[in-house]
Design a protein. Structure first.
Length: 344
């Protein structure tokens, strides 16, 4: 008999637009640590479930994407990912300007008051080139991708999980659609209409999963408990995309009305505060739960723009510096995580 699955491992990645470069670089470091410890498996194989919101969904799906020829080859080939973590890093550093085309900031910010800042067409072309016709069920591990349904006003989490009788009605979606939907941040990108695979006549209008779960760690924990009810411990690696260096004082916000709370030139303060509050609540709960080993790695965006769409070379370099600083500061924690992942 096989040994019971006593420790379940989870990777959860926050939303944050171009700031996804930070968790991508941390994951590249973690993958190198696993290799130094003798692991010959890709990083995706180390986790029982990977969850992502917005830019975190893009990373989660990228890690779980199988090689294009996998469907035509044997079962072993299907376990090979299309990207290593460096490939995910390259996606941000080489293609960030395609997702967030640079123009005069004030022009786009003014447009953002009246309609989406970006039309999303370049982003969709990029996603189609990356994911092709792959679906969630092709994923190399269990997945949880957050989106929000604007018609039913309910969260709609897209999932890849084991084929059990109680989940036989799970809908499948193209990975490119899941990535686009989860990253459809209101005022930045238009919402998307997507259909499941195979099409069943239903279409869903979806926006960014960060609406309700910028940090999807708790959702990932609940889902993993369902998949592995026999697990006695849960190792959760939760990666953030950085926090602004300062908040807002009473003097700054006392006179604000509707426009200022949603002012794109102030980086949508209401959106930022809601995301921060949700994330802190998750950290508080998971940090105190018995049997849960919760490692949260995030930090202050010192020296770089907190904007989710600043893909300029200078800001990408600054985001890289923030990531390297976080890696150095959490060196012992990352080493302990790598050793734990090698043991399970």
């Amino acid at each position: 008999m096989s040994e019971p699955h006593r420790v379940a491992t989870i990777l959860a990645i926050d939303g944050g637009g171009i700031r996804g470069l930070i968790p991508a670089l941390i994951l590249a470091d973690l993958e190198q640590r696993l290799k130094r410890l003798g692991s010959k498996k890709p990083l995706v194989s180390a986790f029982d479930l990977i969850a992502g919101s917005s830019t975190g969904a893009l990373i989660a799906l990228g890690l779980a994407l199988p090689k294009p020829q996998a469907k035509e080859k044997d079962a072993d080939a299907m376990r090979e990912p299309a990207f290593d973590t460096q490939g995910i890093v390259d996606l941000y550093e080489r293609h960030g300007h395609e997702i967030f085309p640079p123009t005069t900031g004030r022009i786009r910010s003014t447009r953002q008051i009246f309609k989406s800042k970006y039309d999303g067409l370049e982003f969709e072309r990029l996603l189609a080139g990356i994911f092709g016709e792959a679906t969630l069920r092709d994923g190399l591990t269990n997945l949880l991708i957050t989106t929000f349904d604007t018609v039913s006003l309910e969260p709609r989490c897209m999932k890849n999980r084991p084929s059990r009788s109680e989940w036989r009605d799970d809908m499948d979606f193209y990975m490119k659609d899941a990535a686009r939907a989860s990253a459809a941040a209101p005022t930045y990108f238009p919402p998307v209409e997507v259909s499941p695979v195979p099409a069943n006549g239903e279409r869903y209008c979806l926006v960014d999963g960060s609406i309700f779960a910028n940090n999807p760690s708790f959702l990932a924990y609940v889902e993993t408990r369902k998949i592995h009810p026999e697990a006695e411990e849960f190792l959760i690696v939760s990666l953030g995309t950085g926090e602004p260096p300062k908040g807002y004082t009473y003097g700054e916000i006392a006179g604000w009305g509707y426009f200022e709370w949603l002012n794109p030139m102030r980086r949508l303060p209401l959106w930022s505060m809601m995301a921060a509050g949700q994330g802190q609540s998750v950290n508080h709960m998971l940090g105190r739960m018995e049997g849960v080993h919760y490692s949260r790695i995030s930090g202050i965006l010192d020296g770089c723009s907190p904007d989710m769409d600043d893909a300029s070379p200078a800001n990408l370099a600054a985001l890289r510096e923030v990531a390297l600083h976080l890696i150095a500061r959490h060196d012992a924690e990352l080493e302990a995580i790598a050793k734990s992942l090698c043991r399970v």
